[in-house]
Design a protein around this ligand. Structure first.
Ligand code: ZN
Length: 350
């Protein structure tokens, strides 16, 4: 895709927050189950007659004090237990789309974790049909182009991932790709080589979480063994200069999630986040919310807080916006349209 270079205006620091709020965005790393706000968890629990191990919305919110990935995942799976019917999955995604639209998200590629639901007896069709209907409705209600990426849970076996792919085969027209998420350390990408190879044969896009808490070697095997087109997180790449050069030369998108990294203590102080180093090294880094209900913010919160903490400027904002559109799985025609809208908003700040 060729797009003429854009002359990025110098925007004074005082106007930068307005620019960050107004700029069109693509979100490429959002686990839709991680957008479940405590209020919606309680509403769905009541609708479905599910009892929760928390007395109130406030008690649940107070439990959102994580020290690492695993302590978060324990609560995340408990929250997902209220999702039983197709309408529940639809309503969860629509709540996210409404917030995304307010943050000027034009395109959203949603991760979902079917094994979290099929293990509880919820049929694959219920999950995918509800989410897919929300993606269709998101276009009509909010003008958002939305797509679904099915994620395999890496703490489970590859045979279980293959079984999950088998269950999803009748629904492949409703998903654009597959990913790999959940507990990273001890579960390297190569554990899922066979299922990812099969997904490649099926024409699905492939992405994988790698280098969040795990080592740069996991990023390499995600690329070399899984043939991942994007790396989710990838912030540990900075410890491997040769890998950094490879990621930059290949323009391989990294879907970075600043507030998630802070909450899970990858970078306990947001001021220490390495987003600037990734951008300055020429990597195709993007900003995303990961599990926004749990990590304290949606897209604009992530942009505003990481820019304030690390002193990024309008040039970085433009690059992040453009990287996300280019790194999306949208058609070239859609990408050109998104980038034209991005350019127009930056032009209006000149
Ligand atoms: Zn994630």
């Amino acid at each position: 895709m060729n797009q003429p270079a854009f002359d990025i205006p110098a925007v004074p620091a005082a106007r930068l927050p307005d620019l960050l709020r107004a700029m069109p965005k693509a979100e490429l790393h959002i686990h839709i189950e991680g957008s479940l706000e405590p209020e919606l968890i309680f509403a769905l629990a009541e609708r479905n007659g599910v009892s929760l191990p928390y007395a109130s919305v406030e008690a649940l919110r107070q439990a959102y004090a994580f020290s690492n990935l695993q302590s978060f995942l324990d609560i995340y799976y408990a929250g997902a237990s209220v999702l039983l019917k197709e309408q529940d999955f639809h309503d969860m995604a629509m709540a996210y789309f409404e917030r995304a639209a307010a943050d000027k998200v034009l395109r959203a590629e949603l991760f979902f974790d079917p094994q979290t639901h099929t293990a509880r007896g919820v049929p694959m069709a219920t999950v995918i049909d509800g989410l897919h209907r929300a993606c269709v409705d998101a276009k009509a209600a909010f003008g958002i182009d939305a797509a679904l990426i099915l994620c395999f849970l890496r703490h489970l076996s590859e045979d279980e991932a293959i079984e999950t792919l088998q269950q999803a085969l009748p629904h492949l027209d409703k998903i654009i790709g597959v990913g790999l998420d959940s507990s990273e350390v001890g579960h390297p990408p190569e554990k899922f080589a066979r299922v990812f190879a099969r997904c490649g044969e099926l024409g699905l896009h492939r992405v994988a979480h790698a280098g969040e808490e795990g080592p740069p070697a996991y990023i390499r095997s995600a690329l070399d063994v899984l043939h991942a087109e994007r790396i989710d997180h990838g912030v540990q790449a900075v410890h491997d200069p040769v890998l950094m050069q490879r990621l930059a030369a290949g323009r391989i998108p990294l879907t970075v999630c600043p507030l998630s990294n802070q909450k899970l203590c990858v970078f306990p102080d947001l001021a220490d986040h390495n987003l600037r180093a990734l951008l300055d090294a020429g990597l195709c880094a993007t900003v995303n919310s990961d599990d926004p209900a749990y990590f304290g913010g949606y897209m604009n919160d992530n942009f505003l807080q990481v820019f304030a903490a690390t002193g990024l400027d309008a040039r970085h904002a433009y690059q992040l916006g453009r990287n996300a559109f280019e790194g999306s799985f949208a058609s070239d025609e859609l990408k050109r349209g998104y980038i034209a809208q991005l350019d127009a908003v930056f032009e209006s700040f000149r």
